[in-house]
Design a binder for this molecule. Structure first.
Ligand code: HEC
Length: 165
């Protein structure tokens, strides 16, 4: 009788270990799948960064420098438009929109000198949208002004995701 009791006791311990083992391997599996998920997310981000499929404009060094300078000025203009709109200074915001981002002869020539029709179309569309924004800002309607700024910024975003130097 004592013998049977101790055999049952040992069996229970073995079953206990077995169940505990199952449990821990479940946790392991879960941890592993979380790790794999994070890993594949990182891989996707990595691929996105490495597989740069934007169209290259093949710009010369000099032209590239000039373009980046224009671009930094564009960003500066956007910042000052937002700043003026926040202070309800519509006249200044409108002036910056047309004088710094609007379509001038210089910008027209610049946009068409890259030898790419789609780039030219986006560039001219961008400068024309800034002239429209300048007119809309003159109405002193803040909501419409921000909507117009957003449409202009849409050109920045589209062009940047399509082209590189
Ligand atoms: C028609 C195309 C086009 C439009 C529109 C455009 N950009 Fe760019 N921008 C470029 C290209 C091409 C580059 C170079 C990107 C590269 O080679 O990785 C660039 C680069 C830049 C840079 C990097 C400058 C540097 O010194 O590295 C900034 C900032 C920038 N653009 C701001 C803007 C802003 C702000 C707007 C809109 C208000 C805008 N751009 C509109 C084509 C465009």
């Amino acid at each position: 009788m004592e013998k049977i009791k101790s055999i049952i006791f040992i069996l229970l311990i073995i079953v206990g270990f077995f169940l505990a083992g199952c449990n821990s391997s479940e946790t392991e599996k879960h941890t592993q799948s979380v790790v794999t998920e994070n890993h594949s997310e990182m891989k996707m981000m990595h691929n996105h960064m490495v597989n740069d499929d934007r169209i290259s404009l093949h710009l010369s060094q000099k032209k590239a420098q000039h373009q980046l300078m224009n671009m930094r000025n564009h960003l500066k203009a956007v910042q000052s438009i937002i700043d003026y709109l926040a202070k309800n200074n519509f006249d200044s915001a409108s002036m910056v929109a047309s004088s710094k981002l609007g379509l001038t002869n210089e910008m027209k020539m610049m946009c068409s000198s890259f030898g790419n029709k789609e780039f030219e179309r986006l560039g001219l569309g961008f400068h024309k949208s800034a002239d429209r924004m300048s007119e809309i800002i003159k109405t002193k309607d803040k909501t419409k002004s921000f909507e117009a700024l957003s449409s202009t910024l849409n050109y920045c975003v589209t062009c940047h995701s399509t082209f590189k130097q």
